[in-house]
Design a protein around this ligand. Sequence first.
Ligand SMILES: Cc1ncc(COP(=O)(O)O)c(C=O)c1O
Length: 423
Amino acid sequence: MSWERSEFGERLCGASGIGELMEDLGMAIAAGGEKVRMLGGGQPAHIPEVDAVWRRRILEISRRPGELERMLGDYEGPAGNRGFRIALAGLFRREFGWDVGPENIAVTAGGQTAFFFLLNALAGRFADGRRKKVLLPIVPEYIGYADQSVGGEIFEGTRPRIERTGRHEFKYRVDFEKLGIGEEVAALCVSRPTNPTGNVLTDGEVARLAELASGSGVPLIIDNAYGAPFPNVIFTEVTPVWNENIILTLSLSKLGLPGTRTGIVVAREEVARSVAAMTSIVGLSNTNCGQVIVTPLLESGEILRLSNEVVQPFYRDKRRRALELVRESFDDAMNYRIHRSEGALFLWIWFEDLPVTSRRLYERLKARNVLVVPGHYFFYGLDDTPWPHRDQCLRVSYSMPEEVVRDGLRVIAEEAAMAYHEG
Ligand SMILES: Cc1ncc(COP(=O)(O)O)c(C=O)c1O
């Protein structure tokens, strides 16, 4: 932009990790997937049985008198469609016994937008000059939060404990000894399952975080973009939680509807109202299509069958194959570890003592038409204490067709081996 930019403009108009990632994704999709092995973005797979449900719903909507016209031609209220919110609250009550109603739910244009609203409403600069931050109990954390502040740094990250759980496996755990909730903390925030690592915080970790947060009078934000009850891309037995001190976000994207941009915030009533207020200021109205497509599935419970019997087994199988392909293409003698894969669509690969940075490895892979996400983007809000681990990880998506994942992993194995060799 040729004109002078405000602080907001400085922060949001330029380059960012998430911007680079989405550009890579758009470029790979535009290229038709022929040449580029796209293991970078969070694009969910096209699962034929799921796509068939969307096709069926669009036909049903277009046959029912007035429904298509209402979906396309009406402004939706800023909190979201009331029928959708009633159906969703009913599902939460039936499935989990949560005491929620439609007044606890606000719909946004994707989970990403929900975070833009929540993070900036809770943290940043206050009228009396104080600054508050969002505490991330485990960093690395989702790249999409990193650049969302409209003014100043709003994150305080905490390094996890690293447990080496197998010859080529590791797992991050919340380091409660390091986790201090000072006056400047406005909220705690975790994605569960975690993007980028595939980690799923245990019930014990979540209970302790919730207790710490409510003890300090701040909310715990849980980003459930991959969690239960939908899309349920989660491979461990954990209990979803919600109470008045928890702000839970969900999304229809990983169920297979990213194009509809439908995010959901479940929170105490005043928070849901605030989110609706921000939607009307920033976006006027809500996104209708995802809500209209999905409402009958919430009412009938079909969304649970799809999530539990189609989406979850699909990704479970993709993960199993991806791990097999890693074992086939990576030299056993190489110093690599994969984070224990408990959910989401990614393998998080740690190349310990890698002589080049993950950024450099990303560039070398890109030159060979393999797109991944370099891990350093996910390490933010940390102090300057040196931590080589931040430059040694890659996020690799396994949602693409098997031949793409196989080819991509083979090239990653070759380039990493060369990097170790040259180092
Ligand atoms: C952890 C996490 N949260 C939120 C989002 C935002 O998704 P959307 O805006 O498509 O709902 C994503 C997308 O990849 C994600 O991985």
